[in-house]
Design a protein around this ligand. Structure first.
Ligand code: FES
Length: 248
């Protein structure tokens, strides 16, 4: 059944197909809702909370919440933007992110959000966790210092590569992505062509031998803010509000 419904998103009437999430409907309407763990073609996971919106006044994750007739969704308000900004800040301090020396700089979604939300320095204390690097594989590197636990590699390896190489283990601050082997990545079936490598939004999973092939300054987010591909679909004038969050 191809039922179409409508709801209000940032004061604009938006159409959605029955079964679509708020995030999917927003994307088709050219209204950008930031996201990190959600990725087209991957099962929604709802872990990062970067896509938080208010639905009829209650905080929900847009990547998992189905669009419903008549709901009122707030996406681009001061309150919502401040929540997202704090989530991004927390992701930075929970890991060890040194953008200036990271091969993913310019292509990193976390870094791109820092620019989009005007984060100059986190307001939370750095945790400086002790994390492992697995460089055992001849073609791929895992640097868990940069991992934000979005689970995109876990779902991609399972559902797109059919290999199930990655799994979460442990809880709380000890949670980490483990590989499906007794020892390390070199002992798995992983190879450099796996989609799971491309799914990593940060520099936690990288291909070896191609580092800095595209120079800094010529990478995706060096040219355009994250989300501008979706916003460019919109016939309405962009509000520009996502770039004016206070740095309090
Ligand atoms: Fe929705 Fe991560 S993108 S919770």
């Amino acid at each position: 059944m191809n039922q179409t419904i409508s709801f209000i998103l940032d004061g604009v009437e938006v159409s959605a197909k029955a079964g679509q999430t708020i995030l999917e409907a927003a994307d088709e309407s050219g209204i950008y809702i930031p996201r990190l763990c959600a990725q087209k073609d991957l099962e929604p996971y709802g872990s990062c909370r970067v896509c938080t919106v208010f639905v009829n006044g209650r905080a929900q994750t847009a990547c998992t919440q189905p669009a419903a007739p008549g709901i009122v969704v707030e996406n681009n308000t001061d309150t919502v933007l401040a929540i997202r900004k704090q989530i991004i800040e927390m992701l930075f301090v929970e890991g060890n992110h040194f953008c200036m020396s990271c091969e993913k700089s310019g292509n990193c979604e976390l870094q791109a959000f820092a620019y989009r939300f005007g984060i100059l320095a986190p307001t939370f204390p750095y945790q400086f966790p002790d994390r492992e690097v697995d460089a055992s594989h001849p073609d791929i590197l895992i640097d868990r210092n940069r991992c934000i636990l979005c689970g995109r590699c876990v779902r991609s390896s399972r559902d797109q590569d059919g290999k199930n190489i990655f799994q979460f283990v442990n809880r709380g601050p000890h949670r980490k992505v483990a590989v499906n082997s007794q020892v390390n990545l070199a002992d798995t079936e992983m190879n450099a062509a796996d989609k799971a490598v491309d799914m990593c939004p940060v520099g936690a999973i990288l291909r070896k031998h191609v580092g800095f092939k595209i120079p800094i300054g010529e990478r995706l987010y060096d040219h355009q803010p994250i989300g501008s591909d979706i916003e460019s679909k919109r016939s309405l004038q962009p509000t520009g509000r996502t770039f004016t969050v206070n740095n309090k």
